[in-house]
Structure formats: C-alpha cells, structure tokens
Design a protein around this ligand. Sequence first.
Ligand SMILES: C[S@@+](CC[C@H](N)C(=O)[O-])C[C@H]1O[C@@H](n2cnc3c(N)ncnc32)[C@H](O)[C@@H]1O
Length: 225
Amino acid sequence: MDELTAFFDARTRAYDRQLWLERPALRTAARLAAPAPGERVVDIAAGTGGMAVALARRQRGLGSLVLVDAAPRMLARARRRLRGVYQSPQWLVADARAIPLPDASADLVSISYLLHLLDPHDASTVVNEAIRLMGPTGRLVVVVHGCPPGRIGAAYRRVWSARRRVSRDAVVGRGPMAGITQLLEHHGLSVVARRWVPGAYMSEVVVAQAISGERRRGTMEGRLQ
Ligand SMILES: C[S@@+](CC[C@H](N)C(=O)[O-])C[C@H]1O[C@@H](n2cnc3c(N)ncnc32)[C@H](O)[C@@H]1O
C-alpha cells in the first residue's frame, strides 16, 4: 500500500462522513455517463462506494459492477453502502495502475476524485488502465477536484495555495487539477460531455470515449498545468 492509499485506509470513517459533499458531482457524473441496462461497469478507486452507488441507482439493471481500490477498509465500507442498492458487486483490492482485469472487460469505467491526487505520471498510467479496460467501444467518466478557467479559477487557486501553506495534510495539499480534458484527449479519447459542479470543492465531471480506430497511449508529464 503506498502513502496515499494508506492515508485513506486510515481515515475511512472521516472520508465517509464528508461523502455528502461529493454527492452532487457523483450524481452528475452518473447522469452524464448514462449507464445502460446490462452494461459492465468498473469503478476505479471506488473508495467508500459513492460513485458505485450513484451509478447503480441511476441504472438498476447493470450487467456487472466491479469496485477497485487499494485500501481494503475503504472497500469494506463500500460493501455496506451497496447493500440493498446492487445485488452482486465484485470487489478488487488492487492498485489502479495495474488492475488485474482483462482488456475490454468494461462498457463503462469511472474514476472519481483520484486523478488530482496523483502525480502526472501516475495519473497517466491510471488513464491508460481505464482505456485498456474500456476497449474500443467503452466510455470513461472522470470526476476531479478541478479549477475552472478565468478569474474565478485564479481566485480559487489562490485560496488553495493559501490552504496548502498552512495544512500539514498531504492530501489536502495537492489542491485542484487543471487540464483533465487535455489529459484524456492526449490519450486519444474524445470528450463528449463536461460539467462544473460547484460545492465544497469545485468539481469537474468529464465523459470521454475512444476516437474510433485511434488509440494513443502516452505519458502526460509536463502537459498538466
Ligand atoms: C478521494 S478517494 C475517492 C473515492 C471515491 N472514488 C469517491 O469518489 O468517493 C480516493 C480513493 O483512491 C484510492 N487510491 C489512491 N491511490 C490508489 C491506487 N494507486 N490504486 C487504487 N486505489 C487508490 C484511495 O484508497 C481512496 O479510496
């Protein structure tokens, strides 16, 4: 377990208590991702299950639902949360950078509130894993703590910089991410929907799919702002 995962594993309860702050963005993500009956869904960095629940509530007839996270206690909490929402979810304690699932084993892959916490190389590796799981016809829905363009974004970034200076919390210290759509496009995906969801964090929700016949893999170092 790396430092980031250990951070969450040790704070499962505290994380779970603030999940309501993320719900508006998770619901927006589920609505935009529009899961269809029978679809196979993989939720990467599933945490305590907020995204998985939003997707399973949105589409009661999912074909399968796999929750992947490297923190076993986060997944244990997700298991409780999914009771009565989805009958037979599958659980995978695994690193999002190397997920032990076959290529093209998902129609819809979700990654919520992870990529902004990773360095650009790891974020790129996780996106590559999502693309591998999606195959040529799947969709990817991503939620990040984002930073809008323009004056509002600049002010928001200043607030987070100030917070970073006083915080001893390594995760809070990471702050918002700019450039998620560029990251996905760099990996050969086409962004088909994008929304800002204001709240305790400014959240960016993006849905992307493969540009048919074209699949670029790459790294994103130096391209994230
Ligand atoms: C901020 S939480 C997000 C949880 C959930 N997606 C949500 O929206 O509520 C980040 C999650 O990513 C997981 N995580 C961090 N690094 C990971 C990695 N390399 N592989 C798998 N999971 C990881 C943590 O354990 C934690 O559960």
